[in-house]
Design a protein around this ligand. Structure first.
Ligand code: PEP
Ligand code: MN
Length: 286
């Protein structure tokens, strides 16, 4: 099949997610904060919520640097069943409170259908992680809630599979879906995953949904996060998700890819030419 025919064939299978004209872009309005369209959004915070003090300290720093959405996992999908699994409902409360205090929105991952209502009634945005991108019952469940969904690309998923996963959510009635490229599995072990930055123009050409980049999981190495964040912005990404900690080496999960709050502030300063002035005024340079 020619590249053009393949593009049209994929578009034809996307009843809700397909871009129907060049200016067709979803803008999600979260109480006045826009995601998609002309906005550029930075989501930041630790891999996991570890304690009330930890999430409050990080929230304060990432908000000061210009991030507007606070992340932090409380139901962690870990490779080992013996690794820290997250603080659960208690951590959810800590995350939401820390975000509120800084005037930020909050996002956390939901890993199973039975947790959807509880998570949806707490945070502003529900994350479906890479490992669950193919969990169609979960996709349908988050498709029925009235909160936006941040869908991460499966680590071995094609663009078609990724977009059809978004289609599951949209077709259940939830129009507010964001896509996030977070690296795919390749033969290269030096980086944890291979960050596929071509996903930005490819997906934006096929769908009206906002496209984010996660350079933290995408590389697995904190030294690579600033350059990949800048590259994502240059490629036209609608936003970034970055793991940040006040003491990255002490992070309970994903410490190697987590940047310090100072490194995050410097990175935000370097990105300021791409970020909206109302986010950044007096913050990144402070
Ligand atoms: C995360 O963002 O906390 C996470 C687990 O990421 P991913 O699903 O991309 O591995
Ligand atoms: Mn992580």
């Amino acid at each position: 099949m020619s590249a053009h025919a393949e593009h049209n064939d994929l578009l034809g299978s996307l009843k809700c997610a397909a871009k129907t004209h060049p200016e067709h872009r979803t803008v999600i309005d979260l109480g006045g904060q826009h995601i998609g369209g002309d906005a550029r959004t930075v989501i930041a915070g630790p891999c996991s919520v570890e304690s009330e003090a930890q999430i409050h300290a990080i929230a304060e720093q990432v908000a000061a640097a210009g991030a507007t959405i606070l992340r932090g996992g409380v139901y962690k999908p870990r490779t080992s069943p013996y690794a820290f699994q997250g603080l659960g409902a208690e951590g959810l409360g800590f995350l939401v409170q820390a975000a509120k205090e800084q005037g930020m929105l909050s996002i956390t991952e939901v890993t199973c259908v039975s947790d959807v209502d509880r998570v949806a009634s707490s945070v502003d945005i529900l994350q479906v992680g890479s490992r669950n991108m193919h969990n169609y019952r979960l996709l349908q469940a988050v498709g029925k809630v009235k909160k936006p969904v941040f869908l991460k690309r499966g680590m071995a998923a094609t663009y078609r599979e990724f977009l059809l996963a978004a289609e599951y959510i949209l077709s259940c009635g939830n129009p507010d879906v964001m896509l996030c490229e977070r690296g795919i599995r390749t033969f290269e072990p030096y980086t944890r995953n291979t960050l596929d930055l071509a996903a930005v123009p490819v997906l934006q050409g096929l769908t009206h949904l906002p496209v984010f980049i996660d350079p933290s999981h995408g590389t697995g190495r904190r030294a690579l996060v600033p350059s990949m964040a800048a590259a994502a912005m240059a490629a036209g990404a609608d936003g970034l998700m970055i793991e940040v900690h006040t003491d990255p080496d002490d992070s309970i999960s994903d410490s190697q890819q987590t940047v310090s709050t100072e490194a995050f502030a410097a990175l935000m300063h370097d990105l300021s030419c791409w970020l909206p002035l109302d986010n950044m005024a007096g913050k990144a340079s402070a």
